[in-house]
Design a protein around this ligand. Structure first.
Ligand code: DQA
Length: 149
């Protein structure tokens, strides 16, 4: 089973950007954490990061027929992007939304998630661990699909 982890704008600046909020570990450490988590769960994992909305839409479309599950932190596009919401709906790949911080405890504009409307679950406020929790959720989700066949 293959998992695609998508990270949106400014997450390549992890470790530099607002470390008091997002932590001191960098994006490379996040990719390594996701690879290790995926390995433990028996998934193949590809990580992708982009600062550009259209590139994220392209990546989601390219996943169609190739990827079993998506873990996505759309970052700022969470709160603005109908295009990413529509792309997730278009491919119909089970997706779990992740945020490093607890977006519901921050500014009001972060409480709206468009991408989240196409996701089967959201984890917010667990730092890197949220990505692993998302993969565990997908593993369970796939298992349930198999069991009901
Ligand atoms: C974020 C939360 C977003 O509101 C913000 O724009 C980000 C990161 C998070 O991981 O906590 O860039 O998605």
């Amino acid at each position: 089973m293959k998992i695609l982890v998508i990270n949106g704008p400014n997450l390549n600046y992890l470790g530099i950007r607002e470390p008091e909020l997002y932590g001191k570990k960098d994006y490379k450490a996040l990719v390594a954490f996701c690879e290790e988590s995926a390995k433990q769960l028996g998934f193949d994992c590809e990580s992708y990061q982009s600062n550009h909305e259209g590139c994220i839409v392209d990546k989601i479309q390219e996943a169609y027929g190739k990827v079993d599950g998506i873990v996505i932190n759309p970052a700022a596009y969470t709160h603005t992007s109908v295009a990413i919401l529509d792309a997730l709906k278009a491919v119909g790949i089970p997706a779990v939304e992740v945020h490093l911080t607890d977006v519901n405890a921050r500014e009001d504009f972060r409480k709206i998630s468009y991408a989240g409307m196409a996701c089967v679950k959201t984890y917010a406020g667990y730092g890197f661990d949220g990505y692993k929790m998302a993969m565990e959720y997908l593993k369970d989700y796939f298992c349930k699909g198999e069991c009901s066949k």
